[in-house]
Ligand binder design. Structure first.
Ligand code: GLP
Length: 240
Protein backbone atom coordinates (compact mmCIF):
# COMPACT_ATOMS: atom_id res chain seq x y z
CA UNK A 1 0.00 0.00 0.00
CA UNK A 2 1.65 3.23 -1.23
CA UNK A 3 0.45 6.32 0.67
CA UNK A 4 0.87 9.73 -0.99
CA UNK A 5 -0.07 12.97 0.82
CA UNK A 6 -0.89 16.22 -0.98
CA UNK A 7 -1.82 19.77 -0.02
CA UNK A 8 -4.88 20.21 -2.24
CA UNK A 9 -7.73 18.18 -3.78
CA UNK A 10 -6.68 19.47 -7.22
CA UNK A 11 -3.18 18.03 -6.79
CA UNK A 12 -4.75 14.72 -5.75
CA UNK A 13 -7.14 14.77 -8.73
CA UNK A 14 -4.31 15.46 -11.17
CA UNK A 15 -2.05 12.74 -9.69
CA UNK A 16 -4.78 10.09 -9.38
CA UNK A 17 -6.28 11.04 -12.75
CA UNK A 18 -2.88 10.59 -14.41
CA UNK A 19 -2.80 6.95 -13.29
CA UNK A 20 -6.12 6.30 -15.09
CA UNK A 21 -5.10 8.27 -18.19
CA UNK A 22 -1.72 6.54 -18.41
CA UNK A 23 -3.38 3.14 -18.08
CA UNK A 24 -5.84 3.89 -20.90
CA UNK A 25 -3.01 5.19 -23.09
CA UNK A 26 -1.20 1.88 -22.50
CA UNK A 27 -4.35 -0.29 -22.75
CA UNK A 28 -7.08 1.41 -24.79
CA UNK A 29 -9.68 -1.24 -23.87
CA UNK A 30 -9.00 -1.00 -20.14
CA UNK A 31 -11.77 -2.09 -17.75
CA UNK A 32 -12.21 0.60 -15.12
CA UNK A 33 -14.19 0.51 -11.87
CA UNK A 34 -15.56 3.89 -10.81
CA UNK A 35 -16.83 5.32 -7.52
CA UNK A 36 -19.14 8.21 -6.75
CA UNK A 37 -19.27 10.88 -4.05
CA UNK A 38 -17.55 14.25 -3.97
CA UNK A 39 -14.05 12.87 -3.47
CA UNK A 40 -13.60 11.48 -7.01
CA UNK A 41 -14.68 14.72 -8.75
CA UNK A 42 -11.19 16.29 -9.10
CA UNK A 43 -9.92 13.02 -10.59
CA UNK A 44 -12.80 12.91 -13.07
CA UNK A 45 -12.16 16.57 -13.93
CA UNK A 46 -8.55 15.72 -14.80
CA UNK A 47 -9.63 12.78 -16.99
CA UNK A 48 -12.20 14.95 -18.81
CA UNK A 49 -9.65 17.73 -19.33
CA UNK A 50 -7.09 15.31 -20.76
CA UNK A 51 -9.75 14.02 -23.15
CA UNK A 52 -10.80 17.54 -24.19
CA UNK A 53 -7.14 18.40 -24.88
CA UNK A 54 -6.97 15.36 -27.20
CA UNK A 55 -4.37 13.63 -25.03
CA UNK A 56 -6.38 10.42 -24.51
CA UNK A 57 -9.46 8.60 -25.86
CA UNK A 58 -11.81 6.51 -23.71
CA UNK A 59 -13.79 5.10 -26.65
CA UNK A 60 -12.66 1.51 -26.06
CA UNK A 61 -12.84 1.36 -22.23
CA UNK A 62 -15.46 -0.60 -20.32
CA UNK A 63 -16.75 0.80 -17.04
CA UNK A 64 -18.27 -0.76 -13.91
CA UNK A 65 -19.56 1.37 -11.08
CA UNK A 66 -19.26 0.25 -7.48
CA UNK A 67 -22.83 0.79 -6.38
CA UNK A 68 -26.28 2.24 -7.02
CA UNK A 69 -29.22 3.18 -4.84
CA UNK A 70 -32.32 0.97 -4.74
CA UNK A 71 -35.88 2.34 -5.20
CA UNK A 72 -34.65 5.35 -7.20
CA UNK A 73 -35.21 5.81 -10.96
CA UNK A 74 -31.92 5.60 -12.88
CA UNK A 75 -32.51 9.09 -14.30
CA UNK A 76 -33.16 10.66 -10.86
CA UNK A 77 -30.69 13.51 -10.25
CA UNK A 78 -29.29 11.71 -7.18
CA UNK A 79 -28.73 8.31 -8.78
CA UNK A 80 -25.10 7.26 -9.08
CA UNK A 81 -25.74 6.72 -12.79
CA UNK A 82 -26.62 10.39 -13.22
CA UNK A 83 -23.70 11.40 -11.01
CA UNK A 84 -21.30 9.57 -13.34
CA UNK A 85 -23.02 10.93 -16.49
CA UNK A 86 -22.80 14.50 -15.17
CA UNK A 87 -19.28 14.31 -13.73
CA UNK A 88 -17.46 12.11 -16.23
CA UNK A 89 -19.24 10.02 -18.88
CA UNK A 90 -20.89 12.95 -20.69
CA UNK A 91 -17.48 14.69 -20.81
CA UNK A 92 -15.47 11.88 -22.45
CA UNK A 93 -15.95 9.56 -25.46
CA UNK A 94 -16.83 6.39 -23.53
CA UNK A 95 -19.49 4.41 -25.43
CA UNK A 96 -22.88 4.10 -23.65
CA UNK A 97 -22.96 0.36 -24.34
CA UNK A 98 -19.71 -0.04 -22.43
CA UNK A 99 -21.05 1.60 -19.26
CA UNK A 100 -22.17 -0.91 -16.59
CA UNK A 101 -24.17 -0.30 -13.42
CA UNK A 102 -25.83 -2.55 -10.90
CA UNK A 103 -29.59 -2.21 -11.32
CA UNK A 104 -30.82 -0.89 -7.98
CA UNK A 105 -34.39 -1.70 -9.03
CA UNK A 106 -33.78 -5.32 -10.01
CA UNK A 107 -36.63 -7.55 -8.81
CA UNK A 108 -34.14 -10.29 -7.94
CA UNK A 109 -30.97 -8.88 -6.29
CA UNK A 110 -29.23 -12.28 -6.33
CA UNK A 111 -29.81 -12.68 -10.06
CA UNK A 112 -28.59 -9.10 -10.53
CA UNK A 113 -25.45 -9.87 -8.55
CA UNK A 114 -24.79 -12.92 -10.75
CA UNK A 115 -25.39 -10.88 -13.89
CA UNK A 116 -22.90 -8.22 -12.77
CA UNK A 117 -20.25 -10.75 -11.78
CA UNK A 118 -20.59 -12.46 -15.18
CA UNK A 119 -20.36 -9.12 -16.99
CA UNK A 120 -17.11 -8.29 -15.15
CA UNK A 121 -15.66 -11.70 -16.02
CA UNK A 122 -16.78 -11.34 -19.66
CA UNK A 123 -15.03 -7.95 -19.80
CA UNK A 124 -11.82 -9.60 -18.62
CA UNK A 125 -11.90 -8.42 -15.01
CA UNK A 126 -11.40 -4.90 -13.63
CA UNK A 127 -7.95 -3.51 -14.42
CA UNK A 128 -8.15 -0.55 -12.06
CA UNK A 129 -10.70 0.35 -9.40
CA UNK A 130 -11.26 3.83 -8.01
CA UNK A 131 -12.29 3.86 -4.33
CA UNK A 132 -13.39 6.46 -1.84
CA UNK A 133 -14.34 5.73 1.77
CA UNK A 134 -17.32 6.43 3.98
CA UNK A 135 -16.84 7.97 7.43
CA UNK A 136 -17.52 4.54 8.96
CA UNK A 137 -14.90 2.85 6.79
CA UNK A 138 -17.28 1.54 4.12
CA UNK A 139 -16.09 1.07 0.54
CA UNK A 140 -18.76 1.13 -2.12
CA UNK A 141 -21.66 0.38 0.17
CA UNK A 142 -19.91 -2.39 2.06
CA UNK A 143 -20.90 -1.25 5.54
CA UNK A 144 -19.22 -2.46 8.73
CA UNK A 145 -20.36 -6.06 9.14
CA UNK A 146 -19.58 -9.39 10.74
CA UNK A 147 -17.83 -10.79 7.66
CA UNK A 148 -16.28 -9.61 4.43
CA UNK A 149 -18.64 -9.95 1.49
CA UNK A 150 -17.78 -11.40 -1.92
CA UNK A 151 -19.95 -10.63 -4.94
CA UNK A 152 -22.46 -7.82 -5.31
CA UNK A 153 -25.46 -7.78 -2.98
CA UNK A 154 -28.36 -5.65 -1.70
CA UNK A 155 -27.46 -3.81 1.48
CA UNK A 156 -29.44 -1.93 4.17
CA UNK A 157 -27.61 1.38 4.55
CA UNK A 158 -26.45 2.34 8.02
CA UNK A 159 -27.80 5.43 9.79
CA UNK A 160 -24.32 7.00 9.42
CA UNK A 161 -24.40 6.56 5.65
CA UNK A 162 -28.01 7.74 5.37
CA UNK A 163 -27.18 10.81 7.43
CA UNK A 164 -24.06 11.59 5.33
CA UNK A 165 -25.95 11.30 2.02
CA UNK A 166 -29.48 12.50 2.86
CA UNK A 167 -28.40 16.14 2.46
CA UNK A 168 -28.59 15.62 -1.31
CA UNK A 169 -32.21 14.34 -1.29
CA UNK A 170 -34.66 17.28 -1.34
CA UNK A 171 -37.48 15.85 -3.46
CA UNK A 172 -37.67 12.17 -2.48
CA UNK A 173 -36.71 10.28 0.68
CA UNK A 174 -33.11 9.08 0.85
CA UNK A 175 -33.10 5.39 -0.20
CA UNK A 176 -32.56 2.92 2.66
CA UNK A 177 -31.09 0.18 0.41
CA UNK A 178 -28.46 -0.04 -2.31
CA UNK A 179 -26.84 -2.60 -4.56
CA UNK A 180 -23.07 -2.71 -4.10
CA UNK A 181 -20.11 -4.63 -5.43
CA UNK A 182 -18.85 -6.93 -2.69
CA UNK A 183 -15.40 -6.88 -1.12
CA UNK A 184 -14.41 -9.89 -3.23
CA UNK A 185 -15.38 -8.07 -6.43
CA UNK A 186 -13.28 -5.06 -5.37
CA UNK A 187 -10.26 -7.10 -4.29
CA UNK A 188 -10.13 -8.90 -7.64
CA UNK A 189 -9.29 -5.61 -9.39
CA UNK A 190 -5.73 -5.51 -10.74
CA UNK A 191 -4.93 -2.11 -9.23
CA UNK A 192 -6.73 0.10 -6.73
CA UNK A 193 -6.57 3.90 -6.56
CA UNK A 194 -7.94 5.10 -3.22
CA UNK A 195 -8.67 8.77 -2.43
CA UNK A 196 -9.75 10.39 0.83
CA UNK A 197 -9.82 14.06 1.82
CA UNK A 198 -10.98 16.02 4.84
CA UNK A 199 -10.94 15.54 8.62
CA UNK A 200 -14.18 13.55 8.57
CA UNK A 201 -12.28 10.66 6.93
CA UNK A 202 -9.16 10.76 9.18
CA UNK A 203 -10.36 8.09 11.64
CA UNK A 204 -11.51 5.75 8.86
CA UNK A 205 -8.22 6.26 6.99
CA UNK A 206 -6.20 5.46 10.13
CA UNK A 207 -8.23 2.30 10.73
CA UNK A 208 -7.88 1.33 7.07
CA UNK A 209 -4.08 1.71 6.96
CA UNK A 210 -2.94 1.03 10.54
CA UNK A 211 -5.81 -0.91 12.11
CA UNK A 212 -6.45 -4.64 12.16
CA UNK A 213 -7.95 -6.20 9.04
CA UNK A 214 -11.57 -6.56 10.08
CA UNK A 215 -15.00 -6.36 8.40
CA UNK A 216 -15.87 -3.80 11.09
CA UNK A 217 -13.75 -1.47 8.95
CA UNK A 218 -14.35 -2.86 5.45
CA UNK A 219 -11.63 -0.65 3.91
CA UNK A 220 -8.99 -2.40 6.09
CA UNK A 221 -9.09 -5.34 3.67
CA UNK A 222 -7.10 -3.15 1.25
CA UNK A 223 -4.01 -3.90 3.35
CA UNK A 224 -4.12 -7.35 1.72
CA UNK A 225 -4.29 -6.09 -1.89
CA UNK A 226 -1.07 -6.25 -3.90
CA UNK A 227 -1.36 -2.88 -5.67
CA UNK A 228 -3.08 -0.03 -3.81
CA UNK A 229 -2.11 3.63 -4.19
CA UNK A 230 -3.62 5.85 -1.49
CA UNK A 231 -4.02 9.58 -2.14
CA UNK A 232 -4.70 11.73 0.94
CA UNK A 233 -4.79 15.37 1.82
CA UNK A 234 -3.21 16.45 5.09
CA UNK A 235 -6.53 16.44 6.98
CA UNK A 236 -7.40 12.88 5.98
CA UNK A 237 -3.84 11.82 6.89
CA UNK A 238 -3.83 13.75 10.17
CA UNK A 239 -4.14 10.69 12.45
CA UNK A 240 -1.50 8.54 10.73
C1 GLP B 1 -20.96 6.78 -0.68
C2 GLP B 1 -20.44 5.87 -1.79
C3 GLP B 1 -18.99 5.53 -1.59
C4 GLP B 1 -18.19 6.82 -1.35
C5 GLP B 1 -18.72 7.50 -0.10
C6 GLP B 1 -17.93 8.75 0.26
O1 GLP B 1 -21.19 6.02 0.45
N1 GLP B 1 -21.21 4.63 -1.85
O2 GLP B 1 -18.50 4.86 -2.75
O3 GLP B 1 -16.80 6.51 -1.22
O4 GLP B 1 -20.09 7.84 -0.31
O5 GLP B 1 -18.45 9.86 -0.46
P1 GLP B 1 -17.68 11.27 -0.45
O6 GLP B 1 -16.52 11.10 -1.39
O7 GLP B 1 -18.70 12.26 -0.97
O8 GLP B 1 -17.26 11.53 0.97
Amino acid sequence: MKVLIFDTEKEIGDAAGKIFVDLVKAKSNAVIGFATGMTPVPTYNYMAEEYSKGNVSFRDITTFNLDEYCDLPREHKNSFYMFMMDNLFSRIDVKPENINFLDGNAADPEAESKRYAEAIIKAGGIDIQFLGIGRNGHIGFNEPAGAFTDEAFKVRLTDSTIEANSVYFDDVPMPRYAMTMGIGSIMRAGKIVFVATGKAKAQAVKAMIQGEVTPKCPASILQQHKDVTVFLDRDAASLL
